[in-house]
Design a protein around this ligand. Structure first.
Ligand SMILES: NC(=O)c1ccc[n+]([C@@H]2O[C@H](COP(=O)([O-])OP(=O)(O)OC[C@H]3O[C@@H](n4cnc5c(N)ncnc54)[C@H](OP(=O)(O)O)[C@@H]3O)[C@@H](O)[C@H]2O)c1
Length: 298
């Protein structure tokens, strides 16, 4: 069986300081594709996931695997310490672990919003803190954060998820300036919609508050539109494959001067241009056509 991802090994351009890459959320989707692509490009990849048994396939390809839950301080510290104990600091950190949370703001459980931020934001920030001492000592490092085009515009019914991705924009910009002098580059990768397990998982997060919910029609419409958006062959609105995002991750790891932000996918560029062009009210009207709030407009 051939390796599923054929990214060109280009070891001449890999900085020799540390070829060790740590990828979070590598059990599926973008994380799995990025781990494989970095491995193909010559990195020593530590693929991590909450349940390490989900990484067996990657282990069979020769990747190293570790358990890592980005909401668990002890788990994060152990993973970074285990990698450093193998002899090298983490050279490339790919902060990929994350998930979507849907629901109208009024109906969101605060505990769910906190869990979203623990995973998508605080876990990412903490891992940066844990790997940076090693990167500073080495005088070289690459931090690659998986944001989203949804960190530059917001769709109704996904406010909590967008808020978490907006937060990454600020963390990325601050961190980039703070660590540049230590030889560490920071890149925010911003994919458009990607075919992964993401949309199936997000579908289950819409709060079910019963038939009397004032948002019932909106939620029903929202779930229908989201499902259609990710259904291949229908109104897919430019959904891309995880390997396309992985290729950009590898570029960010290898480039002499990595990009500060990389939007991945043509539809992502289109959404961003539209958002820049439209006033808030005009954007609201566009969103209302996409996610109608009443059943009358279905
Ligand atoms: N798919 C899209 O349309 C899209 C678009 C833009 C950005 N993104 C971003 O891309 C990233 C990857 O998502 P994906 O599309 O590849 O979805 P995915 O296939 O569902 O992968 C998400 C990964 O995150 C992991 N994860 C979730 N909670 C975790 C935790 N507490 N600790 C460690 N790992 C955890 C999951 O692991 P488990 O197996 O343990 O659940 C899984 O490996 C996310 O940050 C997402 O926001 C996705």
């Amino acid at each position: 069986m051939s390796h599923p991802i054929k990214t060109m090994p280009n070891s001449a351009t890999i900085n020799t300081r540390s070829k060790v890459a740590l990828v979070t959320g590598a059990s599926s989707g973008i994380g799995r594709a990025s781990a494989l692509a970095l491995h193909s490009a010559g990195f020593i990849v530590y693929a991590t996931a909450r349940d390490a048994s989900s990484l067996q396939g990657l282990a069979n390809w020769g990747l190293r695997t570790l358990p890592l839950d980005v909401t668990d301080e002890a788990s994060m510290m152990r993973a970074v310490a285990d990698i450093e104990a193998d002899g090298h600091p983490v050279g490339v950190l790919v902060n990929n672990a994350g998930y979507g949370l849907n629901g109208p703001i009024e109906e969101l459980e605060l505990s769910e919003v906190r869990r979203e931020f623990e995973t998508n934001v605080f876990g990412l920030l903490r891992l940066c803190q844990l790997v940076l001492p090693g990167m500073r000592r080495a005088g070289w490092g690459r931090i690659i954060n998986i944001g989203s085009v949804g960190g530059s515009f917001t769709a109704p019914g996904a406010g909590a998820y967008h808020a978490s991705k907006y937060a990454l924009e600020a963390i990325n910009d601050a961190l980039r300036c703070e660590v540049q002098n230590f030889g560490v580059d920071v890149t925010l990768v911003k994919p458009t919609g990607v075919y992964t397990a993401f949309d199936k998982k997000i579908a289950g997060t819409m709060p079910d508050t019963g038939p009397d919910s004032p948002y019932l029609a909106f939620k029903t419409n929202h779930m229908r539109v989201t499902r259609a958006m990710f259904t291949p062959g229908r109104n897919t609105a430019g959904i891309i494959r995880p390997e396309q995002v992985a290729a950009v991750v590898v570029q960010a790891a290898l480039a002499r001067r990595p990009r500060t932000r990389s939007v991945v996918g043509l539809s992502g560029h289109l959404y961003l241009a539209l958002r820049r062009l439209l006033s808030d009210r005009a954007w609201d009207r566009l969103m209302a056509t996409q996610f109608p709030v009443s059943s009358a407009s279905e």
